[in-house]
Structures are given as C-alpha cells and as structure tokens.
Write a protein that binds this ligand. Structure first.
Ligand code: SF4
Length: 492
C-alpha cells in the first residue's frame, strides 16, 4: 500500500527527520511509552480546539466526527458547493493526505487553517516570524488544494492561543536577507519526507533537544553510542555533525585528528563553524576518549564567599504561562553547612496566585541582606523580568537587575559550566551533571516536563501527595545545583 505524506509527518520532520524514519520503519518493540507531558499537550490541544469551535460565532459545517473515506467524500461535496467554512475535513491528492482543522472559502477557492494551543508566531517581539512546523503543515494543505484546482492562493492561517488569526504568506521571502519563502521551506520538507518514505538515502539519529521527550530515545541513544556518533559531544548537534561528516565521522576520528588540516587562514574548511568552536569540540572529543575521563576546568573558578548561599530554581507551566513555584535552598557554610529548603508555592494557576507567590519570593530574598544566589541557566532571570513587568507593584525593573547582578548571582550554566569547564557527558543539563557527580533525585522520573503534568494534576485534584511530589522535585533540583557548585569547587 502506498505510504502517504501527512501533515503530522512534516511536523515531526522539522524537529527530527529520523523520527519519521523510526515511526515508519522502526522496530515497534523498541518504542517507549509516550511521555506524560506530550500526552498533556495533546489533551490540552484537543480541549482548546473544542473550546474555540464551541465559541465560534460563524456558521460552519462540522465534519470532525467522521473518519476515513467518508470524511474525505463529504469534504469534497462541501467544497464543490463552496461551503463558506468547513471544520474537521479531509483532503487528498496524489501521495498527500491532509486533515486541516479549517477550510475557508475566499471568493474563488479555499485557504486552509489550523487551530493551535500555542502562539501563532515565534521569536522576539520586534522580529516575530511564522513557525516552520506550523508552516509545513499549512503548505501541505495548500499543495493538495492546488492539485485539486480549488486553492484561493498560497496562504493559510493559524487561530492561536491568544485568540488571534495569524496569516501565513507562502509567497513573500522571509526576512530582508533571506530569499527563502515558506513555500520553499515546505517544498524542501516534502522532498525530504518523500525520500524517507521511499527509503532512499536513509536518515541518522542525532542527539539533541527533541530527544528529551521522544519515545525512540533509548533506541536512538543505543545506535548513537554504537556508532560513536559525533552528536554525543555536547553542543555539536545534527547540523554541525552533517557539516563535518564528509571529513570526520566519529568522536574517535575527531579526537585523533590534527586540526591544522581543517584550517584555511583565519577560518575552518567547514562552513559556519569557526576555529574556536572546532577547537572546543575537538577538546571535548579528546576528553571523552581518555582512558579515565574526568571533568576539568579550563580556567580557575572562584565563587564569592558568603555566610549564606541560596540555590534557586523556578517551576513554570508554559501551557498557562504561569510561574507556580519559586524554590530556595539555603546553605550556611559557617554553620556546619546547615541546609533549609524554602518553597514559595502558588495555590492555583490564577494571576492572583502567581502575583502572591512572586511577592512572597521577593520578600524572602529581601529579608536577607547578604547572600550569593546560584541558578542554572538564564531561565530564572528571564522569568523574573517577565513577572516584574506583569506585577510592577512587587518590585521595580532595576531591583530585579540588581538581584541578578553577576557579582552575587551566578548563572552556573552560562557563566561557569559552558565557559570554564568540560565534562565527559553527552550534555550539560543539571540532571546529567549532578547525576554524574553521584546525586540522585528522590523521584524515579524527574523532569521539568513531568513536573508540569503533576501541577496540572494537582490543580484538577488538589491531591496533597501530588503537591509534595512537585516540592520534592524542586527541592532536589535546588540541591543538585548545590552539588554541582561543590563539584566545581573540588575541581578547583
Ligand atoms: S530520539 Fe532523537 S534522534 Fe531519535 S528519533 Fe527521537 S528525536 Fe530523533
């Protein structure tokens, strides 16, 4: 039976082409359970779509309860009659199959739309742009409509979480410097999907951020380790691996390479990879191939002396865009290293609860005149800036900047781990590094994504055991940061 190209296939392909290969041809027995957070995302997406449609103040034809050929047949009938708005239809042409949430008649043809429980665009406020994984799905629907001779033009739309309709223009080049249009992106993606379906060329796994929530993670990690794949070096990733793979294939190759053969004047022979980056990756490859690899300092690291150290970690819910927990682990080095955990937990997901908990966290820090604050990555500071803008009566912008002054607030990931250390691990997440140093979370499945699912469950049920699980997890995250600070001190 001919394998059809679907919108969800293109969506996955944008994150990882190998995921499409594994879904089509992988051994199902090696597939893990779907991550609970992903399940939550799907559920929320479905609920959001129903909510939007339930409140829709326009006449529309609902075909969402149908399936297969019947759905496709009735969609065609409705389009032949120029039905103004079709919800939950199915369209099909050649090897392409699409289930657009919406098909809207625009004078002489249809344009497709999807309902998404996320923002319709991405990027900084002054440079918002379409999301590629949404665009390729709309591109597929437009392509089918064109092949059927009922397209109103190369454009589509997203109804997003903010209640806005975001237009996706497939013709105009994206950005002043880029000649590429969304249509070109779609075409590239379609070509890649077709070659995967036809099993031409094949794809390779690559260790990276999408693997975190992927149900092929264990299977792929096994393959990557067996092939000594370059993406197991932190910060190397699929794109750099594919750039250098014509000259260097494995970590062992890279470790044993004399880098001078890749240098051309002030550049390397690899487009987009500078000398400093290549040297860093080479250094890390050599480290992991040592007989007894140990983490090392690239330069001396001195942490500020203080009577009080505070290890800080926030928990946020991206689906509701709220911060529901600010966790602080205090340690007093001059008082037998006594430790105390102080959680500021929001009693719900409302803005009032978020403001209250932000106020309490702020008051807690203000109650200590001198301390050193440790946190892992820019996320805490970024979210606190956002909270300050939301609740300007709690504190001022400059007070937040003073709080995160690097003199006494250390972003351990960005300013220490990335810049001044190398580790013989496959990534530099706090989980990986603290586990490497022997720390163990009390929870058997600790992860930020899982904690969001627990928070949703706690909001629905009010179960105190679920709340305690969240608090234990956050406390352990704070403790892991302390373990890492101590580990780096020992390296010094
Ligand atoms: S585990 Fe990673 S490499 Fe493997 S299919 Fe999933 S995202 Fe791709």
């Amino acid at each position: 039976m001919q394998k059809l190209i679907t919108a969800s296939m293109l969506y996955d392909l944008v994150a990882c082409p190998h995921r499409v290969t594994m879904d089509l041809f992988g051994d199902p027995s090696k597939r893990e359970e779907v991550n609970v957070f992903l399940r939550l995302l799907w559920e929320k997406g479905t609920l959001f779509e129903r909510d939007v449609i339930g409140k829709l103040d326009l006449p529309f034809l609902d075909l969402s309860f149908l399936a297969g050929e019947e759905k496709e047949h009735l969609t065609k009938e409705a389009m032949d009659k120029a039905t103004p708005l079709i919800y939950g239809g199915r369209i099909h042409a050649d090897d392409l199959l699409g289930d657009p949430d919406l098909l809207r008649w625009e004078g002489h043809g249809y344009i497709p739309g999807d309902i998404k429980s996320g923002s319709g665009e991405e990027g900084k406020e002054e440079a918002r742009k379409p999301k590629t994984h949404y665009a390729v799905q709309l591109g597929l629907y437009i392509d089918i409509l064109e092949r059927k001779g009922i397209s109103a033009g190369r454009r589509g739309f997203i109804w997003d979480i903010h209640g806005e309709e975001v237009l996706y223009d497939f013709v105009t080049p994206q950005g002043q410097r880029s000649p590429r249009s969304l249509w070109m992106d779609y075409q590239g993606c379609l070509q890649a999907a077709r070659s995967i379906v036809a099993q031409q060329g094949g794809t390779l796994p690559a260790y990276g951020a999408p693997c975190k929530l992927c149900y092929w993670r264990t299977a792929c990690l096994h393959t990557l380790r067996q092939s000594d794949d370059l993406t197991l070096i932190p910060e190397l990733g699929r794109s750099k691996r594919d750039t250098i793979s014509s000259r260097v294939v494995t970590i062992t190759d890279l470790a044993n390479t004399d880098l001078t053969c890749f240098l051309e004047g002030p550049k390397t022979v690899f487009p987009g990879i500078g000398i400093k980056t290549l040297e860093k990756l080479h250094r890390r490859a050599r480290l992991v191939k040592e007989p007894h690899p140990r983490p090392r300092l690239l330069e001396p690291v001195t942490f500020p002396e203080a009577d009080l150290e505070i290890f800080f970690d926030v928990e946020t819910d991206p689906l509701r865009d709220v911060c529901y927990l600010h966790g602080f682990l205090e340690r007093r080095p001059h008082d037998s290293n006594k430790e105390t955990y102080i959680p500021c937990f929001a009693e719900g997901p409302s803005p009032e609860a978020e403001e209250d908990v932000f106020q309490r966290a702020w008051a807690y820090l203000q109650s200590h005149p001198n301390y050193v604050l440790y946190y892992y990555s820019k996320y805490e500071r970024t979210f606190w800036r956002k909270l300050q803008r939301r609740y300007p009566t709690v504190c001022t912008e400059s007070e937040v900047e003073t709080l995160f002054d690097p003199e006494h607030a250390i972003d351990l990931y960005t300013d220490v781990v990335l810049r001044k250390t190398d580790w013989p691990t496959i990534d530099y997440s706090i989980k990986t590094l603290a586990k490497y140093l022997g720390f163990r979370w009390r929870d058997p499945h600790p992860s930020g994504a899982a904690s969001i699912e627990w928070f949703h469950r706690w909001v629905e049920t009010g179960d105190p055991l679920v709340k305690q699980r969240i608090l234990d997890y956050n406390e352990d995250d704070c403790r892991a940061t302390r373990v890492l600070v101590d580990g780096i001190r020992r390296l010094s």
